[in-house]
Design a binder for this molecule. Sequence first.
Ligand SMILES: *[C@@H]1O[C@H](CO)[C@@H](O)[C@H](O)[C@H]1NC(C)=O
Ligand SMILES: *[C@@H]1O[C@H](CO)[C@@H](O)[C@H](O)[C@H]1NC(C)=O
Ligand SMILES: *[C@@H]1O[C@H](CO)[C@@H](O)[C@H](O)[C@H]1NC(C)=O
Ligand SMILES: *[C@@H]1O[C@H](CO)[C@@H](O)[C@H](O)[C@H]1NC(C)=O
Ligand SMILES: *[C@@H]1O[C@H](CO)[C@@H](O)[C@H](O)[C@H]1NC(C)=O
Ligand SMILES: *[C@@H]1O[C@H](CO)[C@@H](O)[C@H](O)[C@H]1NC(C)=O
Ligand SMILES: *[C@@H]1O[C@H](CO)[C@@H](O)[C@H](O)[C@H]1NC(C)=O
Ligand SMILES: *[C@@H]1O[C@H](CO)[C@@H](O)[C@H](O)[C@H]1NC(C)=O
Length: 391
Amino acid sequence: MWRTMRATTWLPIFCLLAAATAGVLQVRAQPDNIGFVSIDCGLPGTASYVDNITTLSYVPDAAFTDAGSNHNISAEYMLPRLFKRLYNVRSFPDGARNCYTIRSLVAGLKYLIRASFYHGNYDGLSRLPMFDMYIGVNFVGTVNVSSHDSLKIVEAIVVVPDDFVQVCLANTGSGTPFISSLELRPLKIKLYPLVNATQGLVLHERWNFGATDTVRYPDDPHDRIWVPWTEPSIWDSLSVNNRVTVSNDIFEQPSKVMQTAITPRNASKNIEFFWDPRPDRQHLTPRYAANMHFAELLSGNAVRQFDIYVNGDDPWYRGLYLSKSYLRSITIHNGERPYAIAHRYNISINATANSTLPPMINAIEVFSIITTTNAGTDAVDGKRMQTYAHD
Ligand SMILES: *[C@@H]1O[C@H](CO)[C@@H](O)[C@H](O)[C@H]1NC(C)=O
Ligand SMILES: *[C@@H]1O[C@H](CO)[C@@H](O)[C@H](O)[C@H]1NC(C)=O
Ligand SMILES: *[C@@H]1O[C@H](CO)[C@@H](O)[C@H](O)[C@H]1NC(C)=O
Ligand SMILES: *[C@@H]1O[C@H](CO)[C@@H](O)[C@H](O)[C@H]1NC(C)=O
Ligand SMILES: *[C@@H]1O[C@H](CO)[C@@H](O)[C@H](O)[C@H]1NC(C)=O
Ligand SMILES: *[C@@H]1O[C@H](CO)[C@@H](O)[C@H](O)[C@H]1NC(C)=O
Ligand SMILES: *[C@@H]1O[C@H](CO)[C@@H](O)[C@H](O)[C@H]1NC(C)=O
Ligand SMILES: *[C@@H]1O[C@H](CO)[C@@H](O)[C@H](O)[C@H]1NC(C)=O
């Protein structure tokens, strides 16, 4: 049975776990001591606060933009368990394009840039706006607010060419742009090799199979958000306490994410799921790439080997012998070549004839690829896709 990847709006909006102590720090319009910039847009005043879940300090946004105005979301959406950074927004009723400028970055470094949008009927108008987001001059996506209580996230990984970056919202005549939070995380240059000076990645989904809770910082030192995905009717979840080794890696997926996985409930079935492309005005036929993260979680002599299919009958990756990677992470990814353009990306992970165990997967990241200059777009490459394994 095919399972669809749920829409990003499903992302959890509640803080279910209390972790660190709260505190008030001095506001800084620059990265913190680990290079993170965490902005609670629309937060009045100058005091920052520590987020209970991540232990990261969120600062008000006045030092990053001089446009727009602050609003609280409507009381009916201000639930006690909602992340504090979603309590208020900055909205931009005036001007075609309004920007945040984030300074003191490292020129030429890769950054994960994540913007969150939780409308909460802050203007009391009960309208659902739609607007565009840019990083510098590069269009990264349209924010289409589908309900007042849905969280939209636009996340991109790009090379920032200067020691500052602008994140801009463009009014496209479909309502007033607004924003709830803006987060920048520096990434080592070797991470996400598809990203270079002229090419970036926009996150489609990042799933943590078999998990019960969202994983982000501090379990993921890069503060990526790994969303749990379980389907108890067809998938069994596996979970181990042992750490999974991620060595010499170009994705640095956290051990916590690799410590859970799914296998088919019926051991003679395969794992199947799909995602559908999300075209936008600028990318009518977006190209996709995925990082599939695997680690064997069962010890013993049984054999777990499988082929990975991405549309069609020709394996995208043949004969992954996972039992050789007990508690060791291995990532199958696209190398430089995205998937051939399709209306749907059907993933099937099929045990080989030699396998005595069913197939298994721990996590997946799916991205669409954007060009980050105004130069001509790459020609679609119809040639056979290349795949690469890293462990
Ligand atoms: C998070 O911290 C705030 C401020 O100290 C506190 O009021 C709130 O109860 C905490 N939330 C959780 C879920 O612990
Ligand atoms: C927003 O909410 C905060 C906290 O409840 C409150 O102190 C502040 O006055 C509110 N601001 C506006 C503009 O209503
Ligand atoms: C925006 O979302 C609504 C559903 O909330 C959908 O009907 C509409 O087609 C979307 N518009 C675009 C341009 O994606
Ligand atoms: C970025 O990667 C793409 C795809 O491999 C390549 O075509 C392009 O030339 C690269 N750009 C730079 C600046 O290396
Ligand atoms: C498991 O899957 C196989 C192959 O599809 C099927 O023949 C068998 O009936 C299934 N078993 C159960 C218990 O559903
Ligand atoms: C994906 O699977 C569905 C259901 O089996 C099928 O109808 C569709 O043609 C497949 N799509 C592609 C692109 O292979
Ligand atoms: C892989 O498994 C799926 C689902 O069981 C099946 O439809 C498909 O034919 C299999 N592919 C091959 C090449 O065996
Ligand atoms: C299955 O095992 C046989 C015998 O060990 C081996 O020759 C063959 O290459 C294996 N097949 C795969 C797909 O690994």
